[in-house]
Write a protein that binds this ligand. Structure first.
Ligand code: RM4
Ligand code: MN
Length: 388
Protein backbone atom coordinates (compact mmCIF):
# COMPACT_ATOMS: atom_id res chain seq x y z
CA UNK A 1 0.00 0.00 0.00
CA UNK A 2 1.26 3.44 -0.88
CA UNK A 3 1.04 5.89 1.99
CA UNK A 4 -1.58 8.61 1.35
CA UNK A 5 0.51 11.16 3.24
CA UNK A 6 3.45 10.56 0.90
CA UNK A 7 1.17 11.13 -2.07
CA UNK A 8 -0.11 14.35 -0.53
CA UNK A 9 3.43 15.57 0.11
CA UNK A 10 4.17 15.34 -3.62
CA UNK A 11 0.83 16.87 -4.61
CA UNK A 12 1.56 19.82 -2.36
CA UNK A 13 4.56 20.73 -4.51
CA UNK A 14 2.86 20.20 -7.87
CA UNK A 15 2.57 23.22 -10.16
CA UNK A 16 0.37 23.63 -13.22
CA UNK A 17 0.87 26.63 -15.52
CA UNK A 18 -2.18 28.23 -17.11
CA UNK A 19 -2.34 29.63 -20.67
CA UNK A 20 -3.39 33.28 -20.86
CA UNK A 21 -5.26 32.52 -24.09
CA UNK A 22 -7.62 30.10 -22.34
CA UNK A 23 -9.32 33.12 -20.76
CA UNK A 24 -9.95 34.89 -24.06
CA UNK A 25 -12.61 34.08 -26.61
CA UNK A 26 -11.91 31.13 -28.86
CA UNK A 27 -13.70 28.92 -31.29
CA UNK A 28 -13.29 26.78 -34.33
CA UNK A 29 -12.54 27.97 -37.84
CA UNK A 30 -16.30 28.25 -38.26
CA UNK A 31 -17.17 30.54 -35.38
CA UNK A 32 -15.81 32.21 -32.28
CA UNK A 33 -18.50 32.54 -29.64
CA UNK A 34 -18.10 35.62 -27.47
CA UNK A 35 -18.67 35.08 -23.76
CA UNK A 36 -19.68 37.83 -21.39
CA UNK A 37 -17.03 38.99 -18.90
CA UNK A 38 -14.10 37.82 -21.01
CA UNK A 39 -10.84 39.78 -20.43
CA UNK A 40 -10.07 42.72 -22.63
CA UNK A 41 -6.36 42.91 -21.97
CA UNK A 42 -3.50 40.89 -20.45
CA UNK A 43 -4.10 42.43 -17.01
CA UNK A 44 -7.64 41.06 -16.93
CA UNK A 45 -6.36 37.70 -18.15
CA UNK A 46 -3.92 37.40 -15.27
CA UNK A 47 -6.66 38.47 -12.87
CA UNK A 48 -8.73 35.50 -14.10
CA UNK A 49 -5.75 33.17 -13.90
CA UNK A 50 -5.24 34.25 -10.29
CA UNK A 51 -8.76 33.03 -9.54
CA UNK A 52 -7.82 29.55 -10.70
CA UNK A 53 -4.82 29.58 -8.38
CA UNK A 54 -6.90 30.95 -5.55
CA UNK A 55 -9.23 27.95 -5.55
CA UNK A 56 -6.78 25.19 -6.53
CA UNK A 57 -3.58 26.39 -4.87
CA UNK A 58 -1.42 24.72 -7.53
CA UNK A 59 -1.57 27.11 -10.49
CA UNK A 60 0.72 30.01 -9.54
CA UNK A 61 1.87 31.00 -13.02
CA UNK A 62 0.44 31.99 -16.35
CA UNK A 63 2.04 31.59 -19.78
CA UNK A 64 1.93 34.53 -22.17
CA UNK A 65 1.53 34.54 -25.95
CA UNK A 66 3.27 37.35 -27.81
CA UNK A 67 1.86 39.47 -29.44
CA UNK A 68 -1.57 38.50 -28.01
CA UNK A 69 -0.31 39.62 -24.60
CA UNK A 70 1.79 42.53 -25.73
CA UNK A 71 2.00 45.34 -23.17
CA UNK A 72 4.04 48.52 -23.05
CA UNK A 73 5.92 47.49 -19.92
CA UNK A 74 6.26 43.84 -18.94
CA UNK A 75 7.69 44.75 -15.55
CA UNK A 76 4.34 46.39 -14.76
CA UNK A 77 2.49 43.25 -15.87
CA UNK A 78 4.82 41.08 -13.77
CA UNK A 79 4.23 43.34 -10.76
CA UNK A 80 0.46 43.13 -11.29
CA UNK A 81 0.72 39.34 -11.37
CA UNK A 82 2.75 39.37 -8.17
CA UNK A 83 0.12 41.51 -6.45
CA UNK A 84 -2.44 38.86 -7.39
CA UNK A 85 -0.26 36.10 -5.94
CA UNK A 86 0.90 34.59 -9.23
CA UNK A 87 3.75 35.07 -11.69
CA UNK A 88 4.36 35.21 -15.41
CA UNK A 89 5.67 31.96 -16.89
CA UNK A 90 6.53 30.62 -20.30
CA UNK A 91 6.66 32.97 -23.26
CA UNK A 92 5.01 31.61 -26.41
CA UNK A 93 6.07 33.05 -29.73
CA UNK A 94 3.58 33.64 -32.52
CA UNK A 95 4.89 33.43 -36.05
CA UNK A 96 1.69 32.12 -37.58
CA UNK A 97 -0.71 35.04 -37.78
CA UNK A 98 0.76 37.39 -40.31
CA UNK A 99 0.17 37.39 -44.07
CA UNK A 100 3.93 37.14 -44.55
CA UNK A 101 3.88 33.68 -42.96
CA UNK A 102 1.63 32.05 -45.55
CA UNK A 103 4.53 29.87 -46.79
CA UNK A 104 6.27 29.57 -43.45
CA UNK A 105 8.15 31.61 -40.88
CA UNK A 106 11.70 30.53 -40.07
CA UNK A 107 11.53 27.89 -42.82
CA UNK A 108 10.08 30.27 -45.41
CA UNK A 109 11.93 30.19 -48.75
CA UNK A 110 12.15 34.00 -48.63
CA UNK A 111 15.10 35.20 -46.51
CA UNK A 112 13.33 38.49 -45.71
CA UNK A 113 10.45 36.64 -44.07
CA UNK A 114 12.83 34.28 -42.25
CA UNK A 115 14.58 37.24 -40.77
CA UNK A 116 11.29 38.90 -39.82
CA UNK A 117 10.27 35.72 -37.96
CA UNK A 118 13.64 35.48 -36.27
CA UNK A 119 13.34 39.06 -35.10
CA UNK A 120 10.03 38.21 -33.46
CA UNK A 121 11.67 35.29 -31.66
CA UNK A 122 14.44 37.62 -30.45
CA UNK A 123 11.75 40.03 -29.26
CA UNK A 124 10.27 37.17 -27.24
CA UNK A 125 13.64 36.61 -25.56
CA UNK A 126 13.70 40.30 -24.69
CA UNK A 127 10.26 39.90 -23.13
CA UNK A 128 11.55 36.92 -21.13
CA UNK A 129 14.35 39.08 -19.78
CA UNK A 130 11.77 41.53 -18.47
CA UNK A 131 9.30 38.98 -17.11
CA UNK A 132 11.97 36.72 -15.65
CA UNK A 133 10.58 33.78 -17.63
CA UNK A 134 12.67 30.65 -17.94
CA UNK A 135 11.13 29.12 -21.06
CA UNK A 136 10.61 30.17 -24.64
CA UNK A 137 8.09 27.82 -26.20
CA UNK A 138 8.16 27.58 -29.96
CA UNK A 139 5.45 26.13 -32.10
CA UNK A 140 5.73 26.59 -35.85
CA UNK A 141 2.81 26.33 -38.22
CA UNK A 142 5.42 25.96 -40.98
CA UNK A 143 4.96 23.28 -43.58
CA UNK A 144 3.65 22.61 -47.06
CA UNK A 145 0.32 21.63 -48.56
CA UNK A 146 1.40 20.00 -51.80
CA UNK A 147 4.09 17.55 -52.87
CA UNK A 148 6.86 19.47 -54.59
CA UNK A 149 5.76 22.81 -53.10
CA UNK A 150 9.10 23.28 -51.38
CA UNK A 151 12.26 21.36 -50.67
CA UNK A 152 11.72 19.32 -47.50
CA UNK A 153 15.43 19.05 -46.71
CA UNK A 154 16.08 22.74 -47.35
CA UNK A 155 13.29 23.58 -44.93
CA UNK A 156 14.98 21.43 -42.28
CA UNK A 157 18.23 23.33 -42.89
CA UNK A 158 16.44 26.66 -42.46
CA UNK A 159 14.73 25.37 -39.33
CA UNK A 160 18.05 24.29 -37.81
CA UNK A 161 19.61 27.64 -38.69
CA UNK A 162 16.75 29.66 -37.17
CA UNK A 163 16.61 27.58 -34.01
CA UNK A 164 20.36 27.87 -33.57
CA UNK A 165 20.17 31.65 -33.82
CA UNK A 166 17.46 31.88 -31.13
CA UNK A 167 19.21 29.37 -28.92
CA UNK A 168 22.36 31.46 -28.96
CA UNK A 169 20.37 34.49 -27.92
CA UNK A 170 19.08 32.83 -24.72
CA UNK A 171 20.58 33.55 -21.31
CA UNK A 172 22.16 30.70 -19.41
CA UNK A 173 19.09 30.15 -17.24
CA UNK A 174 16.70 30.22 -20.15
CA UNK A 175 15.48 27.27 -22.20
CA UNK A 176 14.15 26.69 -25.68
CA UNK A 177 11.14 24.36 -25.72
CA UNK A 178 10.28 22.98 -29.15
CA UNK A 179 6.74 21.78 -29.76
CA UNK A 180 5.66 19.44 -32.56
CA UNK A 181 2.37 18.79 -34.30
CA UNK A 182 1.59 16.23 -37.00
CA UNK A 183 -0.64 18.36 -39.21
CA UNK A 184 -2.58 21.62 -39.33
CA UNK A 185 -2.36 24.21 -40.61
CA UNK A 186 -0.11 22.51 -43.15
CA UNK A 187 -1.62 19.35 -44.58
CA UNK A 188 1.16 17.66 -46.55
CA UNK A 189 4.31 18.25 -44.46
CA UNK A 190 4.82 20.01 -41.17
CA UNK A 191 8.41 21.06 -40.53
CA UNK A 192 8.24 19.82 -36.92
CA UNK A 193 5.65 17.04 -37.22
CA UNK A 194 6.67 14.69 -34.43
CA UNK A 195 8.68 14.17 -31.26
CA UNK A 196 11.56 12.62 -33.19
CA UNK A 197 12.07 15.73 -35.29
CA UNK A 198 11.86 17.97 -32.24
CA UNK A 199 14.20 15.66 -30.31
CA UNK A 200 16.80 15.61 -33.10
CA UNK A 201 16.85 19.41 -33.36
CA UNK A 202 17.00 19.81 -29.57
CA UNK A 203 19.90 17.35 -29.33
CA UNK A 204 21.79 19.34 -31.90
CA UNK A 205 21.07 22.63 -30.14
CA UNK A 206 22.28 21.59 -26.72
CA UNK A 207 21.45 21.05 -23.07
CA UNK A 208 18.92 23.87 -22.73
CA UNK A 209 16.76 22.80 -25.67
CA UNK A 210 13.93 20.44 -24.77
CA UNK A 211 10.83 18.94 -26.30
CA UNK A 212 7.25 19.97 -25.53
CA UNK A 213 4.65 17.22 -25.69
CA UNK A 214 1.27 18.71 -26.52
CA UNK A 215 -1.10 15.83 -25.86
CA UNK A 216 -3.37 16.89 -28.73
CA UNK A 217 -0.67 16.86 -31.40
CA UNK A 218 -0.47 13.19 -32.36
CA UNK A 219 -2.15 10.84 -34.75
CA UNK A 220 -5.10 8.97 -33.20
CA UNK A 221 -3.93 5.90 -31.33
CA UNK A 222 -0.39 7.16 -30.72
CA UNK A 223 1.11 5.82 -27.51
CA UNK A 224 1.97 9.15 -25.91
CA UNK A 225 3.26 7.65 -22.67
CA UNK A 226 5.92 5.80 -24.64
CA UNK A 227 7.12 9.12 -26.06
CA UNK A 228 7.10 10.59 -22.57
CA UNK A 229 9.11 7.68 -21.17
CA UNK A 230 11.62 7.90 -24.01
CA UNK A 231 12.13 11.65 -23.65
CA UNK A 232 12.42 11.45 -19.88
CA UNK A 233 15.10 8.78 -20.19
CA UNK A 234 17.01 11.06 -22.55
CA UNK A 235 16.60 14.09 -20.28
CA UNK A 236 14.77 15.90 -23.07
CA UNK A 237 11.21 16.32 -21.83
CA UNK A 238 10.92 20.03 -21.16
CA UNK A 239 7.19 20.61 -21.00
CA UNK A 240 3.68 19.37 -21.44
CA UNK A 241 0.90 21.23 -23.15
CA UNK A 242 -2.05 19.39 -21.67
CA UNK A 243 -5.42 19.14 -23.36
CA UNK A 244 -7.78 16.45 -24.62
CA UNK A 245 -8.71 15.41 -28.09
CA UNK A 246 -11.17 13.05 -29.66
CA UNK A 247 -10.11 13.60 -33.26
CA UNK A 248 -7.49 16.23 -34.09
CA UNK A 249 -6.11 19.16 -32.09
CA UNK A 250 -9.38 19.61 -30.20
CA UNK A 251 -7.87 21.57 -27.26
CA UNK A 252 -10.58 20.28 -24.91
CA UNK A 253 -10.14 20.09 -21.16
CA UNK A 254 -7.30 17.77 -20.14
CA UNK A 255 -8.52 14.47 -18.74
CA UNK A 256 -11.96 14.85 -20.25
CA UNK A 257 -11.62 12.66 -23.34
CA UNK A 258 -9.32 9.98 -21.99
CA UNK A 259 -8.51 10.16 -18.28
CA UNK A 260 -6.84 6.75 -18.48
CA UNK A 261 -4.33 8.06 -21.01
CA UNK A 262 -3.56 11.01 -18.76
CA UNK A 263 -2.99 8.58 -15.89
CA UNK A 264 -0.63 6.48 -18.02
CA UNK A 265 1.34 9.60 -18.94
CA UNK A 266 1.54 10.71 -15.32
CA UNK A 267 2.65 7.25 -14.28
CA UNK A 268 5.67 7.51 -16.62
CA UNK A 269 6.43 10.94 -15.15
CA UNK A 270 6.18 9.55 -11.63
CA UNK A 271 8.47 6.58 -12.23
CA UNK A 272 11.08 8.91 -13.75
CA UNK A 273 11.02 11.23 -10.72
CA UNK A 274 9.34 13.95 -12.74
CA UNK A 275 7.25 15.18 -9.82
CA UNK A 276 10.29 16.11 -7.73
CA UNK A 277 10.18 19.64 -6.36
CA UNK A 278 13.02 20.71 -8.66
CA UNK A 279 11.49 19.00 -11.71
CA UNK A 280 12.64 20.18 -15.12
CA UNK A 281 9.21 19.53 -16.59
CA UNK A 282 6.85 22.47 -17.05
CA UNK A 283 3.30 21.17 -16.64
CA UNK A 284 1.18 23.51 -18.69
CA UNK A 285 -2.35 23.60 -19.97
CA UNK A 286 -2.90 24.55 -23.61
CA UNK A 287 -6.63 24.62 -24.04
CA UNK A 288 -9.53 26.58 -25.40
CA UNK A 289 -12.92 26.81 -23.78
CA UNK A 290 -15.14 27.45 -26.76
CA UNK A 291 -18.51 26.61 -25.25
CA UNK A 292 -17.91 26.26 -21.51
CA UNK A 293 -17.14 29.14 -19.11
CA UNK A 294 -13.42 29.71 -19.05
CA UNK A 295 -12.37 30.12 -15.41
CA UNK A 296 -14.28 27.05 -14.16
CA UNK A 297 -13.00 25.22 -17.25
CA UNK A 298 -9.47 25.92 -16.09
CA UNK A 299 -10.26 24.97 -12.49
CA UNK A 300 -11.72 21.66 -13.66
CA UNK A 301 -8.66 21.03 -15.83
CA UNK A 302 -6.23 21.66 -12.99
CA UNK A 303 -8.27 19.27 -10.81
CA UNK A 304 -8.13 16.64 -13.56
CA UNK A 305 -4.34 16.94 -13.66
CA UNK A 306 -4.22 16.57 -9.89
CA UNK A 307 -6.44 13.51 -9.93
CA UNK A 308 -4.38 11.77 -12.59
CA UNK A 309 -1.21 12.63 -10.70
CA UNK A 310 -2.58 11.31 -7.41
CA UNK A 311 -3.56 8.03 -9.06
CA UNK A 312 -0.14 7.72 -10.69
CA UNK A 313 1.53 8.28 -7.33
CA UNK A 314 -0.67 5.57 -5.78
CA UNK A 315 0.90 2.86 -7.93
CA UNK A 316 2.76 0.56 -5.59
CA UNK A 317 6.13 0.50 -7.32
CA UNK A 318 7.61 -2.24 -5.14
CA UNK A 319 4.79 -4.68 -5.80
CA UNK A 320 4.81 -3.68 -9.46
CA UNK A 321 8.54 -4.28 -9.73
CA UNK A 322 8.24 -7.72 -8.12
CA UNK A 323 5.42 -8.67 -10.48
CA UNK A 324 7.38 -7.44 -13.50
CA UNK A 325 10.50 -9.37 -12.51
CA UNK A 326 8.44 -12.50 -11.95
CA UNK A 327 6.90 -12.10 -15.39
CA UNK A 328 3.49 -11.87 -13.73
CA UNK A 329 1.63 -10.11 -16.54
CA UNK A 330 -1.78 -10.01 -14.90
CA UNK A 331 -0.40 -9.15 -11.47
CA UNK A 332 1.61 -6.23 -12.82
CA UNK A 333 -1.33 -4.90 -14.79
CA UNK A 334 -3.55 -5.22 -11.71
CA UNK A 335 -1.19 -3.00 -9.70
CA UNK A 336 -1.65 -0.21 -12.22
CA UNK A 337 -5.39 -0.70 -12.53
CA UNK A 338 -5.85 -0.73 -8.75
CA UNK A 339 -4.26 2.70 -8.56
CA UNK A 340 -6.22 4.00 -11.54
CA UNK A 341 -9.52 2.77 -10.12
CA UNK A 342 -8.97 4.42 -6.76
CA UNK A 343 -11.25 7.37 -6.07
CA UNK A 344 -8.70 10.05 -5.14
CA UNK A 345 -11.22 12.84 -4.70
CA UNK A 346 -11.46 12.41 -0.90
CA UNK A 347 -7.66 12.55 -0.64
CA UNK A 348 -7.55 15.74 -2.68
CA UNK A 349 -10.37 17.29 -0.68
CA UNK A 350 -8.41 16.53 2.51
CA UNK A 351 -5.28 18.01 1.03
CA UNK A 352 -7.09 21.22 0.14
CA UNK A 353 -8.59 21.54 3.61
CA UNK A 354 -5.13 21.07 5.12
CA UNK A 355 -3.88 23.88 2.89
CA UNK A 356 -6.66 26.22 3.96
CA UNK A 357 -8.48 25.87 0.64
CA UNK A 358 -12.08 24.97 0.05
CA UNK A 359 -12.27 21.20 -0.54
CA UNK A 360 -14.51 21.86 -3.56
CA UNK A 361 -12.83 24.47 -5.82
CA UNK A 362 -15.62 24.46 -8.41
CA UNK A 363 -18.30 25.21 -5.84
CA UNK A 364 -16.14 27.76 -4.03
CA UNK A 365 -15.50 29.68 -7.24
CA UNK A 366 -19.18 29.56 -8.20
CA UNK A 367 -20.14 30.93 -4.79
CA UNK A 368 -17.53 33.70 -4.90
CA UNK A 369 -19.52 36.02 -7.17
CA UNK A 370 -16.44 36.67 -9.36
CA UNK A 371 -18.16 35.44 -12.52
CA UNK A 372 -21.05 37.85 -12.04
CA UNK A 373 -18.67 40.67 -11.14
CA UNK A 374 -16.62 40.44 -14.34
CA UNK A 375 -19.78 40.33 -16.44
CA UNK A 376 -20.96 43.53 -14.77
CA UNK A 377 -17.60 45.29 -14.82
CA UNK A 378 -16.15 44.34 -18.18
CA UNK A 379 -18.38 46.34 -20.46
CA UNK A 380 -17.07 48.11 -23.53
CA UNK A 381 -13.64 47.62 -25.00
CA UNK A 382 -12.43 44.80 -27.18
CA UNK A 383 -12.55 41.26 -25.82
CA UNK A 384 -9.40 39.17 -26.11
CA UNK A 385 -9.49 36.38 -28.64
CA UNK A 386 -8.07 35.44 -31.98
CA UNK A 387 -11.12 35.63 -34.22
CA UNK A 388 -12.36 33.12 -36.74
C1 RM4 B 1 -0.82 25.73 -31.23
C2 RM4 B 1 0.18 25.17 -30.23
C3 RM4 B 1 0.74 26.18 -29.27
C4 RM4 B 1 -0.27 27.20 -28.84
C5 RM4 B 1 -1.12 27.70 -29.97
C6 RM4 B 1 -2.20 28.63 -29.47
O1 RM4 B 1 -1.57 24.72 -31.78
O2 RM4 B 1 -0.43 24.11 -29.53
O3 RM4 B 1 1.25 25.56 -28.14
O4 RM4 B 1 0.51 28.26 -28.36
O5 RM4 B 1 -1.69 26.66 -30.66
MN1 MN C 1 0.44 23.53 -27.58
Amino acid sequence: MVDGEAVKAVLRTQRVELPSWAFGNSGTRFKVFAQRGVPRDPFEKIADAAQVHRYTGVAPSVALHIPWDKVADYAVLAAAAKDLGIELGTINANVFQDDDYMLGSITNPDPRIRSKALNHLYECVDVMDQTGSRDLKLWFSDGTNYPGQDNIRARQDRLAEGLQAVYERLGENQRLILEYKLFEPAFYTMDVPDWGTSFAHCLQLGERAKVCVDTGHHAPGTNIEFIVAFLLRAGKLGAFDFNSRFYADDDLMVGSADPFQLFRIMFEVATAGGFAEDTEIAFMLDQCHNIEPKIPGQIRSVMNVQEATAKALLVDLEVLDAAQRAGDVLGANAVLMDAYNTDVRPLLADLRSEQGLDPDPMAAYAASGYAERIVAERVGGQQAGWGA
